[in-house]
Design a protein around this ligand. Structure first.
Ligand code: IMP
Length: 193
């Protein structure tokens, strides 16, 4: 079965392809000659995931496709950065500037509860299904570790004392928001076959 992942991030495409196994041929945006920066203007994480998948569905012959969108939601910041997670400190999508902004806004606040939330939107024959994965945790007072990407150095998953950036990819992938959402999605498409 052929599936298109509405992403041009080769690392993500490889990671998902290995999860899907050989029964699926996974294609990224490049593989279908989609080179535009797909708009993400909906104002919510789920809305953006649906918007990206719909874009591919509408512009590429109603092909089966899915997309993924992730946000960091911090309780004491009224669930910000949320849909603005990638560009919190500006359009450059700079991870260091984003973390600095979050740490500055939180200051020495005691309540540092946060969660990463991933939504996957899957479109098959025009029907949309969504799958959500959440990783609960807290925001640290300073950066810890240098593995991973994005906000990993300041996110401590619940039940741990280390940040995502202090974990090996394998360990993080067992508990991450993205892995949880993908497990639900995989179960769904494998059941459909
Ligand atoms: P995207 O939807 O995967 O492109 O992610 C949106 C934003 O969330 C980007 O700024 C990423 O750096 C951040 N992000 C997504 N997943 C993670 C993660 O697992 N760890 C740290 N940051 C993440």
């Amino acid at each position: 079965m052929e599936l298109v992942f509405a992403s041009s991030n080769q690392n993500k495409i490889k990671e998902i392809a290995s999860m899907l196994g050989e029964a699926f041929i996974l294609k990224g945006l490049k593989d279908i000659n989609c080179t535009v920066d797909i708009p993400e203007t909906s104002g919510t994480i789920e809305g953006n995931a649906i918007q990206k998948a719909m874009y591919v569905y509408n512009n590429f012959d109603g092909i089966d496709c899915f997309s993924e969108d992730t946000g960091l939601e911090i309780k004491a910041l009224n669930m910000r950065p949320g849909v603005k997670t990638a560009r919190y400190a500006g359009p450059e999508k700079d991870a260091d500037a984003n973390m600095d902004k979050v740490l500055l806004e939180l200051g020495d606040k005691k309540n540092r509860e946060a969660r990463f939330r991933t939504v996957i939107a899957y479109i098959k024959n025009g029907n949309i299904e969504t799958f959500e994965g959440i990783a609960e945790g807290t925001i640290s007072f300073e950066r810890m570790g240098n593995k991973g990407f994005g906000y990993d150095p300041v996110f401590i998953p619940k039940g741990y004392e280390t940040s995502f950036a202090q974990m090996d990819a394998e360990e993080k992938n067992k508990i991450s928001h993205r892995a949880k959402a993908f497990q639900l999605f995989l179960k769904f498409i494998k059941n459909q076959q």
